[in-house]
Each structure stands twice: as C-alpha cells, then as structure tokens.
Ligand binder design. Sequence first.
Ligand SMILES: *Cc1c(COP(=O)(O)O)cnc(C)c1O
Length: 248
Amino acid sequence: MSDDDDTGGGGRRAELAAGLTRVRARIDDACAAAGRDRDTVTMIAVTKTYPAGDVLALVGLGVHDVGENRDQEAAGKAAEVAAAGGRPRWHFVGRLQRNKCRSVVRYADVVHSLDSVRLVGALDTAASAYRDRPLDVLVQVSIDGDPARGGTVAGSADPDTGLGPVADAVAKAQGLRLTGLMAVAPLGWEPERAFARLAQVSSALRVDHPEATELSAGMSGDLETAIGHGATQVRVGSALLGMRPTLR
Ligand SMILES: *Cc1c(COP(=O)(O)O)cnc(C)c1O
C-alpha cells in the first residue's frame, strides 16, 4: 500500500504513471528495434479486476484505449467512467457469449474476440439495433488450431469456426466493420513462433480482406515479440496496473 492511500489515491496515480512510463518505454524500444514508426502501435490498458478510478486516472494520464474481458464488470465500469466524464475507447477482449451481445454493443467501441459465424449473427443484430454506426470487430484466431480456449481456425472450412467463413460473415454484416485479427500466444508456445505464425495468417487474410489491417497481439509478457511481428495493438494489463488479485 502506498503512503497516501488515505488522502485520495494520489499514491495509486503515481503508481499508474510509473507503470505507464515503463510500458511506453518498452513499446518505444520494440518499435525502434523493429524499424517501425511508434504511432503504428496502440496500447490498450486492460483494466479487468481494477476499479473505474484506475481507468479515470489512466485517462487523465493520456491513455485513450481501455480493454475489459467480462461484460458484467465492463458494463458497470464503463457507465461509472462515463458519468465521471471519462471518454476512452472501450475494447471488449474477452470471450463473448451470444446473450451478452446486446449489452456489449452499447459501451464497446471495438470487439476483439469474435470467433464464430453464429456470434457474428448475434453481434450484427445487436449492433444494428442499438448503435448508430457500425461496430469495429477483430476476428480472434486460435494460433495452435485448438478452438477450446476461443478463436477461429485458419485454413479450416468449418462453416461456424473457420477463419475464412467468419471473416466473410463479418465483412457482409451491415452493423459490423472488419478491422483485423486478434490472438493470444498459446500456453507452452514460444511467443516468437506463435506471432510469426499469426503474421502469416494475417497477410493471407488480407488477400481477400485488404481492410483487415489491424493485428491485436502481445500482452505484458510478450509485447516486444508481437510488435516485432507486426502487432498494431498491444493489450497490457499487469505490467501497467500490477498483478491482478484473482486469476482470470
Ligand atoms: C487479461 C488480458 C490481457 C492482459 O494480460 P496481461 O498479461 O495482464 O498484460 C490481454 N488480453 C486478454 C484477452 C486478456 O484477457
């Protein structure tokens, strides 16, 4: 605990500022090492398990993009942040369930975790009903081809979970806009191998969908490797906010 927890969270703000400085330096260095312009990479602060006050502090420190992985937590937090005047872009990065789509489309600006044609239908219906402009969507890819933990499978013609069928369905959906791919490095895989494969999947997808230029990859432990393989969005939680109290 910091010294001034009882004087309104100034200690927490300083902690977040220090975390932000460290993470921004890592992204700067990774971009320099990869010969990329710094402004080609967006940092998303993943604030799951942390309170709306932390989101507001981060917004005050210049963070524009915030990520959450559970609808119930995110909906309340987004409302609290909005009521206090915070206006970040909200990214939904967690496993999406069809019965949550109607809620998610009301606060999320971007959904990263679309991974089935059935879900495309539900999200499109909700987005068309509740939003006045299309929702930006990334299709999640399962890099090891095992959809158990979420993600479509590249090269699969499965009509519900193949990457091609899902990307085609998003591209046709009136309420959605296909912007790219998202992935998490599989457990037990070297990030190098995982993100190299993801980069191949991304360039293959852009043959049919040239608009799908975004690549959401890299977290606290592997963001440098992801940037080296073309990530345009890194999703950073613990390196910025601290270790989460519970495992999610
Ligand atoms: C929690 C989470 C992150 C952030 O993970 P850290 O290792 O804490 O940086 C990124 N992406 C997704 C999908 C997450 O659920």
